[in-house]
Design a protein around this ligand. Structure first.
Ligand code: UDP
Length: 405
């Protein structure tokens, strides 16, 4: 399988129309030649890397010289940053001096290795957050947090605030994540690349080939959840729901997950599920982008039963493919799904099972929901929409910072 084709803004014309493309190009024009960098903590696995891998190329395609740097850290460091991630989503954390030291020292080392004299620096999520302590700014620094901030651990939030408030702007995915901060906050969701290997059209033959490669049977309807193996994605709850569903309708469950390099808990969660496998309950840990695409297309129903979800690109991806999604009624999922219109929102294992059974028994309902889902993504959650929001934001800095020297 070859890599993704390089996509330009003009390629979106056939999806969003000439006017949108022109509008975006006009917003980009005055910002040409700005030098921008994005920094995050993993090159693949998880939504942030997914967005950056396409979005950075897209920013270059409109003339903004945009780079992407991935910070380096030891397993100790990623163990701590995963705890920080969990605590931002509401878990407890023992925020010891030892943990803070490893966190801050790793960032100091990264700051020494990286020479950031860009017009704009965009830092993603908490892992590289303290980078800002080590530079003299030449232009705005933006902290883009992708996490569900409904109920962050207070002690941790207070600790992180001392870094966050040094930034010139914070971007959160949803308005409901707004925090009390001196830094201005903006709200916009991430987006998907409809042309990538993960999201492009696939022929029946290509879908069949991918599924056969992993011995995934297609004789019965497929119910799938595709997610990092992470407790917040509630894979156990999906299995419980499936055990109710299968009593009513014969079907196959596929749980596909990958493990991101900045998520040390993934393997443990994956292994804890393996005992539950059977002929019709398939659990796979693989990094195979085309398989994600094939499963999201072939699925009769896609589940995303998260308990916390910053946004949930897996939901967007499935919706774009016209597949009906049953999603946890949390964070970014409830922002994307209007219950009963373009998907279903659920609050429990039982409700999940009920909605999946309803969909499995009603093909017309699946088609209606799937069509509405695709339209939602087309209107709001494609990379060109995200680019427009970033361009507006960068443009708005021009008055307060002299971006072009
Ligand atoms: N993903 C993948 N393979 C997998 C599981 C997930 O490529 O086995 C991708 C998925 O398609 C999506 C991203 O990882 O693009 C997950 O993003 P999301 O926002 O749903 O959740 P996150 O992992 O960032 O919490």
């Amino acid at each position: 399988m070859s890599g993704n084709d390089i996509v330009s803004v003009e390629d979106y014309e056939k999806i969003v129309g000439y006017e949108t493309v022109e509008r975006v190009l006009n917003k980009a024009e005055p910002l040409r030649d700005l030098h921008v960098t994005h920094i995050n903590s993993t090159y693949y696995g998880g939504g942030v890397a997914e967005v950056l891998s396409s979005f950075v190329l897209m920013m270059n395609s409109v003339g903004i010289k945009t780079g992407w740097r991935v910070l380096q850290g030891s397993p100790d460091y990623f163990g701590i940053t995963k705890k920080i991630h969990n605590a931002l989503q509401g878990s407890d954390i023992n925020l010891s001096d030892r943990k803070k030291k490893i966190y801050e020292d790793t960032i100091l080392e990264n700051a020494i290795r990286n020479h950031l004299d860009h017009d704009i620096v965009i830092i993603h999520d908490p892992q590289p957050l303290p980078m800002i302590n080590h530079y003299r700014k030449r232009g705005p620094w933006i902290w883009r947090c992708h996490i569900d901030l409904t109920n962050p651990n207070r002690e941790l939030w207070n600790y992180l605030t001392r870094f966050i408030e040094k930034y010139d702007a914070v971007i959160l995915s949803l308005e409901e994540y707004k925090r009390e901060l001196e830094t201005p906050q903006r709200f916009f969701p991430p987006a998907i690349n409809p042309f990538s290997i993960k999201n492009k059209e696939l022929s029946e033959h290509e879908i069949k080939e991918r599924l056969e490669h992993y011995n995934i049977p297609t004789d019965l309807p497929l119910v799938v959840q595709i997610s990092r193996f992470d407790k917040w994605k509630d894979p156990e709850g999906v299995i419980e729901a499936f055990n109710i569903i299968r009593k009513e309708v014969d079907c196959t469950l596929v749980l596909l997950g990958n493990v991101a390099t900045d998520d040390p808990e993934g393997e443990k969660v994956y292994k804890s599920l393996l005992d539950k496998r059977d002929e019709r309950l398939i659990i796979l840990s693989r990094q195979d982008t085309a398989l994600v695409n094939a499963l999201q297309r072939k699925a009769a129903v896609v589940i995303q039963k998260s308990k916390r979800e910053g946004f949930g690109l897996t939901v967007t991806e499935a919706m774009w493919k016209g597949s009906p999604v049953v999603g946890g009624n949390v964070g970014g999922i409830k922002y994307q799904i209007k219950d009963g219109e373009n998907g279903f929102l659920v609050n429990s294992v039982e409700e999940t099972a009920e909605r999946v059974v309803q969909l499995l028994k009603d093909k017309q309902l699946c088609r209606n929901i799937g069509e509405n889902a695709k339209e939602t993504v087309k209107q709001k959650f494609l990379l060109i929409h995200l680019l427009e929001r970033y361009l507006e934001m960068i443009g708005s800095f021009e008055s307060s910072f002299s971006l072009k020297n």
